[in-house]
Ligand binder design. Sequence first.
Ligand code: ZN
Length: 463
Amino acid sequence: MIAPMRRLVTVHFLLIACLLAACVAPITPPEKFSVITHPDGPLYASDQVSFEVLPPSGFESEGHEVQVSLDDRELGRAGFGPYGVAGRTEATLWWAWDTRDLQPGPETLTFTILPDGPTWQETVTFHPQSGVPPPEPEAHWAVLTSDCCALNYITGTAAGRDIASLAQVADEQAADLTARMGKNLNEKIQVVFMPRVLGNGGFTGNAIYVSYLDSAYLGNATAQVLHHEFVHWFDALAGGDLRPTLFQEGLAVYLSGGHFKPEPLIPRATTLLELGWYIPLRTLADDFYPQQHEIGYLEAAALVEYLVETYGWEAFDAFYRDIHATPDGRDSQAIDAALRKHFQITFAELEGSYLEFLRGQTVPSNVRDDLRLSVQFYDTVRRYQQALDPSAYFMTAWLPDYMMMSQRGIVADFLRHPSGVDNSLIEAMLVNADHSLRAGEYNQAERTLKGVNVLLAVLTAGK
Ligand SMILES: [Zn+2]
């Protein structure tokens, strides 16, 4: 009953998208400085506004600062440095502009690169404070303390509504890891529920940040994402030295029994070989994050499972916590040295036996379809984020510190996101694709994803 309706909706979306194509603004030419303001979407008088200033390619950023001024008043200045997972060079001015005394309408800012220019102006338009979307302006930070965690959330959001059951879920996931990793928490884990999809739905910094909202296009995988991020927390508590990314992420997916849902890791890794998607382990170890995300995480998790099955948990754990940096700075060399010491094998020999093990597995067809379409789904999500919600794209995501937000009474950076019609259309289609995928309706998922990709191609044509 649902499928025909979804098809209709898809066609409808495509038609509307064609009409929207003309509304997409061209990107700033790369030879100029460009400015991104936050919070995303329209700005309202009373917002606390941040700026990301991106230099043109080839700009020698060392020794330069950017200064932002309104009339003759300096709002702030900052030097250039690497930002985000991508290490993108930019100057970041966090909440530099408190606009609570401004009237609605346009304001012209002057940006100056110090010490030797250039100088340029940007006009920002403010909407009346009365138009700020709900749950603002009442929304504020709150915290609920459970056995494991301090659960931080914004009132008036889905997390605020569900906080008691979320606390229960968090406690269950943490109790599982206390039992499996033999470590007790010495302090509460700080968890932050974000009412916005950022990156892949969760990340760990000074707290564990998890996206939680109704109709999130990454699906409702809160328990899985919390478990994954809690593994990183317990992993850090358990100590070690280098802890290569390959094993940190592999361990998180392995102990969580899957990446975004429970899934059979070894048969899925075998499918990588069949599809020609396998990444050589040295490449993965030395350059983990730039690889295709789902493939890298799966391959790492299956490798951890293989090591645990071959040598046992205790031996794997002892090996993993005894990996030390080598002079060339390459994780593959460090792993090789530790493998020789603990298991008397080289990294190449481990890969040889891992591959042999994988080739000996049989793969059910639904596992193959699920993996193929999962990779396509998350690639499409990232393509959407890069094109139409760039602050959500994990390589350069806008990830404000919740403690600073809480201290300064700021909620907008997590509450607002690009809310144009094109965003709503594509996100609704991604929600459909996610439901189809999780229900095993692979043909339907594939059709919807095709629709999203056609739409994105239309919307980004000429960009
Ligand atoms: Zn992780």
